[in-house]
Design a protein around this ligand. Structure first.
Ligand code: SAM
Ligand code: SF4
Length: 331
């Protein structure tokens, strides 16, 4: 029986932050100078990560997504993947900016990585530099080619998605170009509405509602056909006759998907967050280090879930709420 919250939502997905560090400085996620990092001793060790994952798998979690910061900046990211790959998960997923991916992908695949998401907000090299404050477009595109070559693709045993954060006046004019890529390659391109977080100077004028992105794509490619999405899916997905791939829209701001939320998050320093937007957290690291048994860890998670809200607040409240920077929560 999976852990459920007060609204009967079974929590079967775990997002696990492997590090707060990152080799990019995306404008919507990180200040140019970076953020003060938590000392290494406060970070979960590989053994602690494995133990927490194993305990939660025992409660019904069957999907783990590795995130960050940039998860591949963690030196033992492949080892963590190998250890989690032995837990019998239905899905072991990674969200990465792709810069360090190409060399590691064969080992990650062998370790059991089933679902790969690469974040890429532009197909233009100068814009890549503006958005991420670092060069690297060709490296990311090379990694995506390698992923396709290794069998990551939609509707296969190993999935492949590209995350695009849609920003007004920055990359909104590329929606149709990204859709053209989804037409010719077996990938899912997901457009994400930019979300407010501490330190990213979010202003609601930067938001591109998903309906606007959809209209921009349809103006060039013609009407999109909706696909059947799982109730817990964060995205609405669409395709067109003859397309090899599809597009998806994550409307976290204009049409939140809280009702189907099945996600737990553990940050790289071991804090459990039951909602991406909730400031409330509980240190599972401290619990482990003070000798908690597996059953006590489950009891802590159960109690935290009992306090999970039905839905997160509206846009303006979120923009004014203190929360961790996205980079320390894990997207
Ligand atoms: N570094 C990895 C990456 O970029 O894929 C993993 C961590 S990143 C925080 C996870 C996802 O969150 C990325 O797809 C990123 O684009 C997205 N993200 C970060 N800040 C965001 C924001 N303010 N609004 C919407 N999406 C955001
Ligand atoms: Fe780094 Fe990912 Fe945040 Fe960009 S979105 S700064 S790649 S953690």
């Amino acid at each position: 029986m999976a852990l459920t919250d007060g609204f009967g939502r079974p929590h079967t997905t775990l997002r696990l932050g492997l590090t707060e560090r990152c080799n990019l400085r995306c404008v919507y996620c990180m200040p140019a100078e970076g953020i003060p990092l938590t000392p290494t001793r406060a970070m979960l060790t590989t053994d602690e990560i494995e133990r927490l994952a194993r305990v939660l798998v025992g409660t019904g979690v069957d999907k783990v997504r590795l995130t960050g910061g940039e998860p591949l900046v963690r030196k033992d990211a492949v080892e963590v993947t190998e250890r989690l790959g032995r837990l019998g998960l239905r899905s072991l997923a990674l969200t990465t900016n792709g810069l360090l991916l190409e060399d590691r992908l064969p080992a990650l695949r062998a370790a059991g990585l089933t679902d790969l998401t690469v974040s890429l907000d532009t197909l233009r090299a100068d814009r890549f530099q503006e958005i991420t404050r670092r060069p690297g477009l060709d490296t990311v595109l090379g990694a995506l080619d390698t992923a396709l070559g290794l069998g990551y693709a939609i509707d296969g045993p190993r999935s492949l998605k590209v995350n695009v954060v849609a920003m007004k006046g920055v990359n909104e004019d590329e929606a149709a170009d990204f859709a053209a890529w989804a037409a010719r390659a077996p990938i899912e391109v997901r457009f994400i509405e930019v979300m407010p977080f501490d330190g990213n100077g979010w202003d609601r004028t930067e938001l591109v509602p998903w309906t606007t992105t959809r209209a921009a794509i349809e103006a060039v490619h013609g009407p999109l056909t909706p696909l059947d999405d799982a109730p817990s899916s964060t995205a609405r997905t669409f395709t067109r006759p003859g397309w090899r791939g599809r597009v998806g829209f994550v409307a976290s701001m204009t049409a939140p998907f809280c009702a189907g939320c099945t996600r737990l998050r553990i940050t790289a320093d071991g804090a459990l967050k039951v909602c991406l937007f909730g400031a409330r957290e509980l240190s599972l690291r401290d619990a482990l280090r003070s000798g908690a048994t597996d059953a006590e860890v489950v009891a802590l998670v159960t109690a935290a879930l009992a306090g999970k809200a039905a839905a997160h607040a509206g846009m303006d409240v979120l923009a004014a709420t203190d929360n961790r920077p996205m980079i320390t929560i894990g997207g």
